[in-house]
Write a new protein. Structure first.
Length: 364
């Protein structure tokens, strides 16, 4: 008898209890943990988005859990709510590069363990939470790790005063997602009259030229297409968000692999060469929602030659939920890395026979 499955199985993002990158600090009084985390965040410069997750302690450090407190020390944003479900906290923190957690109250995928004799028994009770220890931090006057803790040359010992070392460890744990490419061929080419992805500007169909270019850069490449086109391509990804154009294609790619960054390129940009792809990839900022090229013709970021990071998935879905399906609008209103190409004319779209005639002059 076939087992009935109620829900479609989706590939889930690699999110822990709060975010993609998270570290719990535990083994010391909550005040010590907060002071250490504050010092680490203060020492980290740049556009890193870090949030500290703690309980609301009121006037008593050992008060039982009441509220979640999520505070972004970098941009001075503070969120308070009576309670956060496990879904709320992941959605709220989806754009953060690192989540630092008070491990006396909450778990996280990785841990930094503070060695403090006053909290040894408390730490023992949390031994099952020590699943991926990144460092042992020695409190003042402590020079060794408890003998019942796992010792390994791969787990460094750091003095609690060495804030810079702890901060550098935090930064090293911010993962750089792998990169895949998506060639957009799913449009119906109504204005052109023939399939734009099959137009020959480089001695082969345009979709094949783009794939050859991306293959030369060792980027796994997929073709975004309509369901009736899937037999025409290798590595097709058929649209699941029907009727949304490129926006739906990008969302479909993230549904296929929500843990990858996606270099999205439209099939109607025939002037793009390998050098532009190399420039885009080399200037990628994986801490932003996307790395996009400024298009002087529109005076906006161009969404169809862009690297979209995994954190963009939640943002794209959120915009769709409030009635917007324009990827350019997402870029304009989000934290993106905006780069400038030396030949911005390569961003010219070819949608009509007249535009095709004009663009072919570049190849003559």
């Amino acid at each position: 008898m076939k087992k009935h499955e109620k829900h479609t199985k989706l590939i889930k993002p690699e999110i822990g209890f709060f975010g993609r990158n998270e570290i719990a600090f535990l083994g010391a009084p909550c005040g010590v943990i907060k002071s250490l985390v504050d010092a680490c965040i203060e020492s980290i410069t740049g556009d890193i988005k870090i949030t500290y997750v703690d309980a609301d302690h009121g006037s008593d450090e050992n008060v039982s859990f009441k509220n979640n407190l999520l505070q972004d020390k970098i941009s001075h944003k503070r969120f308070e709510k009576k309670s956060f479900s496990t879904f709320d906290q992941k959605i709220l923190l989806s754009d953060q590069d690192m989540i630092l957690v008070n491990g006396n109250h909450f778990e996280a995928k990785s841990q930094i363990v503070i060695i403090d004799s006053k909290k040894e028994e408390s730490l023992k009770r949390r031994i099952l939470q020590l699943t991926n220890v990144k460092a042992y931090v020695l409190s003042e006057g402590v020079d060794e790790v408890f003998d019942w803790l796992e010792k390994s040359p791969e787990i460094p010992l750091i003095n609690i005063s060495e804030t810079d070392k702890i901060s550098n460890l935090i930064l090293s744990e911010i993962e750089n997602p792998g990169l895949k490419a998506l060639i957009l061929t799913g449009g119906k080419s109504t204005r052109m009259g023939i399939d734009k992805s099959n137009l020959d500007y480089h001695g082969m169909p345009q979709h094949a030229y783009l794939k050859k270019t991306l293959d030369s850069l060792s980027i796994p490449t997929y073709i975004s297409c309509r369901d009736e086109q899937k037999d025409d391509f290798d590595n097709p990804i058929t649209d699941k968000f029907i009727g949304l154009g490129p926006y739906g294609a990008i969302l479909t790619a993230f549904q296929e692999d929500p843990n990858a960054a996606w270099l999205v390129v439209a099939c109607d940009l025939p002037l793009l060469k390998t050098s532009e792809f190399e420039y885009l990839v080399s200037n990628r900022n994986h801490k932003k929602i996307a790395t996009a090229c400024f298009n002087p013709e529109t005076n906006f970021p161009d969404p169809l030659f862009t690297i979209w990071e995994p954190k963009a998935y939640q943002t794209l879905l959120s915009y769709l939920a409030i009635g917007y399906s324009c990827p350019r609008k997402v870029l304009i209103n989000s934290d993106v890395e905006l780069i400038h190409l030396s030949r911005p004319e390569v961003l010219a779209n070819v949608n009509t026979p007249d535009e095709k005639y004009e663009i072919e002059k570049y190849f003559s």
